[in-house]
Design a protein around this ligand. Structure first.
Ligand code: FES
Length: 169
């Protein structure tokens, strides 16, 4: 979950690339000592590296940690923060929790869907954006809230949000 005052740079990009098993070994063994107790953090680190959880990477983690692949997928599919599908370079999360919804979050979402020509839960063809909806990110008094790449934008409206996303490449 992004903090309300997070200040990550706009336009930060994570490119998709081939799975590099040396990178995975570095995550598993250098950063987490191959400790199966750290499985969730290992998956988080891999997702941060690739912007999603590549399936060959999950098989590799299973082998290297000696855990059943089913256990890895159980974790990877249980937590909404994990994605098994490639995501766009920029992740846009529109809050549709109650407070944001009553303040126009739905209109912001629909405006974004029209602007990006996708529906929530999907990615633009050019892999520039993935649009998703979330439920309450803890900044209710600032709604409607939109998060782009972990940076929180408060009090969005249809006009402001389209100008904002156009800053991301
Ligand atoms: S409902 Fe959107 S931040 Fe709480």
């Amino acid at each position: 979950m992004a903090g309300c005052a997070d200040d990550k740079e706009a336009g930060a990009q994570v490119e998709q690339r081939e799975v590099d098993f040396r990178t995975l070994d570095d995550v598993i063994f250098t950063r987490f000592d191959g400790d199966t107790e750290d499985l969730i953090m290992i998956l988080q680190a891999i997702q941060k590296e690739y912007n999603y959880l590549p399936r060959p990477g999950l098989s590799y983690v299973s082998t290297r940690l000696g855990l059943p692949l089913s256990r890895i997928y159980e974790i990877a599919t249980f937590y909404a923060k994990f994605s098994l599908e490639p995501r766009g370079r920029n992740l846009i999360s529109v809050c549709l929790g109650t407070a944001c919804h009553v303040r126009g979050g739905q209109r912001v979402k629909e405006r974004l869907e029209g602007h990006l020509e996708i529906v929530a839960g999907t990615t633009t063809e050019d892999m520039r954006f993935t649009l998703e909806t979330v439920r309450c990110v803890g900044c209710c008094s600032l709604g409607p809230v939109v998060i782009i790449n972990e940076k929180t934008f408060p009090r969005m409206d249809s006009y402001k949000i389209t100008k904002k996303v156009d800053e991301y490449h």
